[in-house]
Design a protein around this ligand. Structure first.
Ligand code: 7TS
Length: 415
């Protein structure tokens, strides 16, 4: 890892100007400057996102797709405009491939429920050992319901997927591969293209859990070639309660709906139901209109900086943080993949992660501690939990220095 003086770490971005866009970052916590390093759990919102949501509620709110009046037209245009922004953001070929959901969790549950209607006891679902619970439990529930088998590809001590073992598990019984693009607990970036290529040789669809990838680098679903891509608005400067399921047109066309209600039908009688076209077939009920609009504004904001510049800057910050953390006695990084994002999970000898988190909070440093909804990862590394500092493009080298100073206080306190 390269050593770098904090002043040089800007990636060409004006970090101070960016930070000024985020009202929440301006506060003090326990009298200290706030160093918000819990971005993998949820990011913060710039003023433009908050403003877009307020503007919608103050001026345009009505239900979408059903009114003839002006407000409903405006709300519909804004909602569908946001869908188009999402399409462009991940380079989907059509807006009809963008299904708004409540978040990554709901996106994955949608696929599991919908695909599950055609799965039986001879089938297999393939995931990896580093998945977030939301890419484990929906598949476990599906297996319990159908008698199918859940297979789990192993990881190594660096927290990397053992690719050849995962590929060897693919077989004609595999009905879907569901894999994290980036692990939330380890920061590992998975070799998803190789998995997709191998799965497609056997006509197996692939779902990527992009919750930790979409906020940090440009995603191109056509280039990836995956059938499904799931992510959450709140991890990429958008509102909570809104997320996306990208599904390739032909695949979504074949899948049955998962929830019934208004909006997802063209006609209903007691004998017969004709489902709506994509993506509405998968959007039953009144959607989270303000959430989608806020997500659209978040995408505008990210685009105004540029995802490539965000990725490059975060990589510098990741290396600086990694180097500073390695200077702390007794600190062990959990997850040392060759390719990783700005997520550093760690344990310190003799200090419980929750105690660390509490001491850090009193120094204004927000990190997450615990199992990060990835208990199988914790079991693999034989730890009950970790402390996790996770970065966003609005973090600065000063945030990292504040983290290191606070860890110094904690280690002295528990020595
Ligand atoms: N998949 C991954 C890889 C995640 O990191 C998360 C949330 C989810 C799915 C679920 O996303 P949701 O928006 O539907 O809740 N991860 C975390 C985390 O690491 N700490 O808090 C939430």
């Amino acid at each position: 890892m390269s050593s770098m003086a904090p002043d040089n770490i800007t990636g060409g971005l004006d970090i101070e100007a960016i930070r000024a866009d985020f009202p929440i970052l301006q506060q003090k916590v326990h009298g200290c400057r706030l160093a918000y390093l819990d971005n993998a759990a949820s990011s913060q919102r710039p003023h433009s996102v908050i403003e877009a949501v307020s503007h919608y509620y103050e001026h345009d709110h009505a239900n979408v797709h059903r009114g003839v009046h002006s407000l409903s037209h405006r709300a519909t245009d804004a909602y569908e405009g946001a869908r188009e922004k999402v399409r462009k953001f991940i380079n989907a070929s059509a807006a009809s491939e963008i299904v708004f959901t409540g978040g990554t969790t709901e996106s994955i549950n949608l696929v599991a429920a919908s695909l599950g209607q055609d799965i039986g006891p001879d089938d297999e679902i393939l995931i990896s050992h580093m998945e977030h619970h939301s890419n484990i439990v929906p598949w476990k529930l599906l297996c319990e319901r159908t008698g199918a088998t859940l297979r789990v590809a192993p990881i190594n001590k660096r927290g990397e997927l053992i690719l050849e073992e995962m590929l060897a598990m693919l077989n004609p019984r595999t009905r879907i591969v569901a894999l994290a693009h980036v692990s939330n607990a380890l920061g590992t970036v998975n070799p998803v293209s190789k998995v997709i290529e191998a799965a497609h040789e056997l006509d197996i669809p692939v779902l990527l859990d992009g919750a930790q990838a979409a906020p940090h680098a440009a995603v191109d679903v056509q280039k990836l070639g995956c059938e499904f891509y799931a992510f959450s608005g709140h991890k990429m400067c958008g509102p909570t309660g809104i997320g996306v399921l990208y599904g390739r047109q032909d695949v979504l066309e074949r899948l049955p709906p998962w929830q019934g209600g208004g909006e997802m039908i063209l006609s209903v009688s007691f004998e017969d139901t004709v489902y709506n076209k994509l993506p509405y077939k998968f959007e039953a009920g009144t959607p989270h209109i303000a959430g989608a609009i806020g997500l659209g504004a978040a995408i505008d904001y990210l685009d105004s900086i540029g995802m490539d510049r965000i990725a490059a800057y975060e990589a510098q910050l990741r290396d600086y943080a990694g180097q500073r953390l390695s200077e702390i006695d007794g600190l062990r990084i959990i997850g040392e993949a060759e390719s990783k994002v700005g997520v550093h999970s760690f344990v310190i000898d003799g200090i419980h992660p929750h105690d660390l988190g509490t001491v850090l909070d009193h120094k204004g440093v927000a990190i997450r501690t615990g199992h990060h909804c990835a208990m199988p990862v914790m079991d693999f590394f034989c730890v009950a939990g970790t402390a996790r500092a996770s970065l966003a493009f609005y973090n600065s080298a000063e945030d990292i220095d504040q983290l290191i100073d606070a860890l110094g206080v904690a280690t002295e306190m528990f020595a």
